[in-house]
Write a protein that binds this ligand. Structure first.
Ligand SMILES: C[S@@+](CC[C@H](N)C(=O)[O-])C[C@H]1O[C@@H](n2cnc3c(N)ncnc32)[C@H](O)[C@@H]1O
Length: 267
């Protein structure tokens, strides 16, 4: 199943990504910065996007390689890279590639997959391909740290998710356009554990001309022990599991599942 996230064919998300309050204030940055600071060696950021996490990590002096499928997202990241310290190619490398199957020249002490990017991998072959590729690029005992959302069984297949829900109130972009965004689930696939998600952008030009742009992609959801089995098959052992970025334990109403896994064998 090739259900690549439409970041690759839709420039609007890359254009607007860094302007969304929910992304700017997502409470994961300090967590990933701490994880990066604790790793003595080059870091691999998979699905690095516009560099929301990658750039602050580079700024704190770590060497980091970012890989993303979307040239749109990477080009935003490259633009932002110009204005930070530690932006030399020795410090930061950006690679256009597919996290389900990649080959890089470096080995790494830490791999991260921030902000649910692993959930863009719908089929098991892609998930195993990703974790095995990561394994082959990590030194022994290196860590893999990533987050997926914690599934609330009561709502994941609730038909009311088909209704458009406002993400944030309309606001003005720096270029004078006004933006509003909603999201909805356009399709449910409970037996395959994914939903068809739509992010819907309403953009209004200063002259009043309006556009509705839909960014549609499937989003896989994972269960705790399923993920542990996937990791085990690819040579990783889970050493910590958090329910939020304050490193609190996973409980029934946690928003996230944050896996800290360690490479313990080659695959
Ligand atoms: C929700 S964004 C997260 C971006 C960034 N990690 C962050 O925290 O802001 C998901 C990213 O994953 C990337 N992506 C999706 N599928 C991918 C794949 N198969 N290989 C590499 N990147 C992928 C998308 O292009 C997008 O930039």
């Amino acid at each position: 199943m090739d259900l690549r996230a439409s970041y690759t064919d839709n420039p609007v998300t890359a254009e607007l990504y860094d302007l969304f309050p929910a992304y700017i204030h997502r409470p994961d940055t300090d967590f990933y910065l701490r994880s990066a600071a604790a790793s003595a060696g080059r870091i691999l950021d998979l699905g690095c996007g516009t560099g929301r996490i990658l750039l602050p990590i580079a700024e704190q002096g770590c060497q980091i390689t970012g890989l993303d499928l979307s040239e749109y997202m990477l080009s935003k990241c490259r633009q932002k890279l110009k204005s930070i310290a530690n932006s030399s190619t020795d410090h930061v490398q950006l690679v256009q590639g597919d996290m389900t199957n990649f080959k890089l020249d470096n080995t790494f002490k830490l791999a991260i997959i921030p902000f649910h990017a692993f959930q863009h991998l719908i089929g098991i072959a892609h998930q195993l391909g990703c974790l095995s590729s990561i394994n082959r690029h990590l030194v022994m005992k290196a860590k893999l740290i990533f987050d997926v959302f914690y599934v609330d069984f009561r709502i994941i297949n609730d038909p009311r998710l088909s209704d458009e829900v406002e993400d944030f109130e309309e606001y003005e972009l720096p270029d004078g356009r006004r933006i509003r965004r909603t999201h909805r689930v356009a399709g449910f696939h409970p037996t395959e554990q994914y939903n068809d998600v739509e992010m819907i952008y309403y953009l209004t030009n200063p002259d009043g001309k309006a556009k509705r742009i839909v960014h549609a992609f499937p989003m896989r959801y994972f269960f705790r022990y399923e993920m542990e089995h996937l990791l085990e098959r690819c040579g990783f052992r889970v050493i910590e599991l958090y329910g939020n970025f304050d490193e609190s334990p996973l409980v029934h109403d946690s928003p996230e599942m944050i896996f800290i896994a360690e490479k313990y064998k080659e695959v």
